[in-house]
Design a protein around this ligand. Structure first.
Ligand SMILES: [Fe+2]
Length: 355
C-alpha cells in the first residue's frame, strides 16, 4: 500500500541535514545571524533559518580568510533581507534583471554598476570606512570622496599654468592654485601628481559628449620642489547622473532626483604618500545638501572668489591638499586599506584568489 506523502516540517527537515547539524552547534538561538542577536522580524521564523548556515558551510577550505568572512556575512545579510521582506521570485528576478541590465550598459566610458552602488550611498560609506579620518580637524589630511563613474586613466600630462578647457569660450573660467603639503609638517611635497576632471557647462563629461574633444576638462599636473600647482579650469556645473538606465529607474521608483552639486574631482598622489581620491564642492550650489550620491562633506566645500585683472579667468579658487605618508597613515590609523583587502579586490576582479 502506498504511503501518503507527508511533507516534514521545515525544522525537522533541517535536522536531518549534515550541514545543518553543524549549524545547530554554531548557530543555535541566533536565527542565522552573526553575533547571536536577531535584527529580523518574527516572521522570519516561518522559514528554515538553518538553510543560511548550510550555504555558508559550503565554502571550501582553500577560500581565503577574508573571502570566507566577507561572503559569510553577505550571505547572512542577503538571506535575512529576503526573509524579512518575504521577497518573491518575481521581485528577485527583477533585481537580477536590474543587475544584468547595468552590466550590459557598462563600457569603458560608462559604469552603471558603480552608479547603482552610488545612489544607495554604498560608495560613500565604503569611502568613509576606507579613509576613516577626523575629517573636520584643521590638521587632518584632505578628506576623501567617492571616485564616481567618470574617471579615465591616462589623462594627458599638462604643464603648470595650462588650461584643461578646450573649445568652451562660455562658462566661468577659473584659476585654481595651491600647494600639496604634508599634513603633519606642512612641508611642500615635490613630484605630487594631481589628476583632475570635471564636467562641461552642459553637465556632461567629455566621454558622454561627442562634441567635446577627447580628454577635455581633464589633466594631470606634477608639482616641483615648492609643491605648488596652478591651472585653469571652469567653475563646475551641477549635473544629473545618467538616468536612462537601471540607476535612473531606481531613482524614479524612490521618488528621488538625479542631481549632483557642482564639483571638481581629484586624485592626488606622491611618492611615499597615501594617495587621496576626492571632490571639492561649490558651497553655493543649490544641490549642496541633497547630492544624489551622498558624497558631500563639510570640509570639501569651497568658495569661488572673483578674480580681477586676469583676461583668462573671472574666478579664482585657492585650495591646498594635505597628504599623509603611508607611515603616518598607518601610525595614526588613517588608512583602512590593508594588504589583505587590496588582494581581496584583485582576487575578485581577476579571479586568482584562493586556488
Ligand atoms: Fe562628477
Amino acid at each position: 500500500m502506498q504511503q501518503p506523502l507527508i511533507l516534514a516540517p521545515e525544522k525537522k527537515r533541517s535536522q536531518t541535514n549534515t550541514s545543518d547539524e553543524k549549524t545547530d552547534q554554531t548557530q543555535s538561538h541566533t536565527n542565522g545571524i552573526s553575533g547571536g542577536k536577531s535584527a529580523t522580524t518574527p516572521q522570519t521564523h516561518r522559514f528554515d533559518l538553518d538553510f543560511t548556515q548550510s550555504v555558508i558551510n559550503a565554502t571550501g577550505p582553500k577560500a581565503s580568510s577574508r573571502m570566507r568572512k566577507v561572503m559569510a556575512s553577505l550571505i547572512r545579510h542577503v538571506h535575512d533581507f529576503a526573509r524579512e521582506n518575504e521577497v518573491t521570485v518575481e521581485e528577485w528576478m527583477a533585481g537580477v534583471e536590474m543587475i544584468n541590465e547595468a552590466g550590459r550598459m557598462s563600457t569603458d566610458k560608462r559604469n552603471e554598476g558603480q552608479l547603482l552602488s552610488d545612489i544607495i550611498g554604498l560608495e560613500s560609506l565604503v569611502d568613509e570606512i576606507t579613509y576613516k579620518l577626523a575629517t573636520d580637524a584643521t590638521d587632518a589630511p584632505t578628506s576623501t570622496a567617492i571616485l564616481g563613474p567618470f574617471w579615465r586613466a591616462n589623462a594627458p600630462a599638462r604643464k603648470m599654468g595650462e588650461s584643461i578647457v578646450h573649445n568652451i569660450p562660455d562658462g566661468d573660467h577659473t584659476f585654481m592654485h595651491g600647494t600639496v603639503m604634508d599634513y603633519l609638517t606642512g612641508e611642500p611635497i615635490e613630484a605630487a601628481e594631481l589628476d583632475v576632471w570635471h564636467t562641461a557647462p552642459n553637465g556632461l563629461y567629455e566621454q558622454q559628449d561627442e562634441n567635446q574633444v577627447d580628454f577635455n576638462l581633464r589633466g594631470r599636473f606634477t608639482t616641483g620642489k615648492d609643491g605648488r600647482y596652478n591651472f585653469y579650469c571652469l567653475r563646475p556645473t551641477s549635473y544629473p547622473i545618467p538616468y536612462d538606465g537601471p540607476a535612473g529607474k531606481l531613482l524614479q521608483l524612490l521618488d528621488r532626483h538625479p542631481m549632483r552639486p557642482a564639483h571638481i574631482h581629484f586624485i592626488v598622489s606622491a611618492p611615499k604618500y597615501k594617495p587621496i581620491i576626492t571632490q571639492i564642492f561649490d558651497r553655493r550650489d543649490k544641490h549642496i545638501t541633497d547630492d544624489a550620491v551622498f558624497a558631500v562633506k563639510e570640509s570639501l566645500m569651497v568658495d569661488f572668489l572673483r578674480r580681477e585683472s586676469d583676461p583668462k579667468a573671472d574666478f579664482e579658487l585657492p585650495y591646498d591638499f594635505r597628504l599623509a605618508t603611508f607611515e603616518d597613515a598607518k601610525k595614526n590609523s588613517l588608512a583602512g586599506t590593508t594588504e589583505e583587502s587590496a588582494s581581496f579586490g584583485a582576487d575578485v576582479v581577476h579571479g586568482s584568489g584562493g586556488h
